[in-house]
Design a protein around this ligand. Sequence first.
Ligand code: SIN
Ligand code: FE2
Length: 217
Amino acid sequence: MSTFDLFDGLDDRSPERIADGAWVLPGFALPRARELLRAIEQISQAAPFRHQTTPGGYRMSAAMTSCGGLGWVTDRSGYRYSETDPVTGLHWPALPDAFLRLAIEAAEAAGYPAFVPQGCLINRYETGARMSLHQDKDEERLEAPIVSVSLGAPMTFLFGGPNRTDPTARYRLEHGDVVVWGGASRLFFHGVAPLGKRAEHPLTGPVRYNLTFRRVR
Ligand code: SIN
Ligand code: FE2
């Protein structure tokens, strides 16, 4: 059985290789989507969504929280991973089992069989929120891929190359889609276009969530 037989019956779009080491896996998270959304709701009761500030002083338009051993935080003093939530002073909520299993299975389907995430950043986009082009490079374990899960309203994902000025391709990401990138494309620039005024999904209304799983140390 090929790894991609796992997708049978889930989605009529096929997995798409978008760069060396990078895949869009349409609908891969669909069977667990409701469970994932319920878990996000619970996590955000313990560790509320907040708009963080970049080192340069900008308020990020996506609201964020985290779960698992390490959460990604930013403020005037820089980007970093933290074992505790700066808002509550407490450890981040545990990584739910459904999150862990999904991340491991998606990584494996994309050719990364040894991935064990150390934490999950949760992004919440409302109308107009976006994420400008950036590299995920605050992690020490660059051999581990990034696993990125889309839930709720559809959004346009931008995937470029190793340099900020490289051309970017645009992919429409729907509820349940997963993107995995690693290996030769681990440090490729990526971002998301502003969430459209009419973008919505029956389960989330005009909101899109993104789960980003990473191995940090
Ligand atoms: C990110 O790169 O941190 C977020 C990507 C996304 O929301 O799809
Ligand atoms: Fe990123």
